[in-house]
Design a protein around this ligand. Structure first.
Ligand code: SF4
Length: 109
């Protein structure tokens, strides 16, 4: 028989709450199958628009580095070779691997 002191119960509650908070953002992706089921960021999304995001980097007027695109951005976590992937800025949505926005930072080698 296990006996939990109020301290142990509280610790367990806090631990479970923390796990729940960490897991919550992934629940949608898990329920819909994979992260690929996530929506693409729209260029007209207010945040995307503010950052000048374009799904086709060649159409981004503010881009000065012709080699810069989402796939080689430090904030992009998509798999190499895939057409889209997650970006740290646009939580829960995918950006085009060939996209670009003003938050672009060179991916560390
Ligand atoms: S932060 Fe990087 S990966 Fe995200 S949209 Fe901008 S250029 Fe693409």
């Amino acid at each position: 028989m296990t006996h939990q002191t109020p301290d142990n119960s509280r610790r367990r509650f806090i631990k479970l709450t923390a796990i729940g908070l960490v897991a919550a953002p992934f629940a949608n992706a898990l329920l819909s199958g994979t992260a690929k089921a996530a929506d693409m960021v729209s260029e007209t999304d207010p945040q995307a628009s503010a950052l000048g995001y374009k799904a086709d980097a060649t159409k981004a007027e503010k881009r000065t580095d012709a080699t810069a695109h989402c796939a080689n951005c430090g904030l992009y976590t998509g798999k190499e070779g895939e057409a889209s992937g997650p970006c740290a800025i646009f939580q829960g949505k995918l950006v085009a691997a060939n996209g670009w926005c003003t938050a672009w930072v060179k991916k560390a080698a």
